[in-house]
Design a binder for this molecule. Sequence first.
Ligand SMILES: O=C(O)CCC(=O)C(=O)O
Length: 272
Amino acid sequence: MTRVDVALFQIGYGDDESLADRVGRVCEWIREVERPDLIVLPELWAHGGFASSSWTSTAELLDGATVAQLSSVARKMHTWIHAGSIIEKADEGSARGPEDRGLWNTSVLLSPEGHVHTTYRKIHRFGFGEGEPRLLEAGHELALTDLDWGTESTRAGLATCYDLRFPEMFRKLGERGAELVLLPAAWPMPRVEHWQLLGRARALENQCWMLQCNTAGTHSGLEMGGHSQIVAPTGEVIAELGCDEGVLTAQLDLDMVQRVRADFPVLDDRRL
Ligand SMILES: O=C(O)CCC(=O)C(=O)O
């Protein structure tokens, strides 16, 4: 039986903490918890989910300071760390994307050896013409990987925040074998019920685990919604946080995906 311990860090922040201070604080905080098998952090927690006016100046390379510090934590703890997302800037001389911006909202999964294992550039940019669609390139590729736990492994799909509103993306991840989806976010408080409802829907309709890690606090004039949640392949929320900063821990029975799919084989009845 594949049982794994996960910890989602619902990071709270305001406008008064520098990126470097926040990264240092979060690395310390992670080191204080008992070693889980997988840690998940939120979207753009270092750069600020809505701090778009500073994204160009705080953007980092994939091997920049934020990822390097978290890689060192992953290696020392020998655990998987989904580092949430960063504002990634294009390396000198490399492709800058079709809109020539050279910036992406990129999620980074680190292996227990501390290596960048998988990256995912957010496909659906949020902002309706402002923020992400004005400043960042869109990602164009789905990202899936096998999380190796030692003797067993689990197929995981990566998605970020606003992607949650696009069910066809999660169906594609499911078709490519995803049993679990890692979803970091900076989802605002006024629409937190959408976050909860859509997360449950994506889990239920694809019969997969959803690990949704949101942000807390108020920055750039927006209150973040918190309410990080872990949803089972039945659509049941097995663990959730409130509005404040905190760690959400749970033990997942990953074999449940196959049991739920065998007991109620709704995915076999799709008309393609
Ligand atoms: O869809 C929403 O309501 C929030 C999405 C969002 O904040 C984001 O993708 O950064």
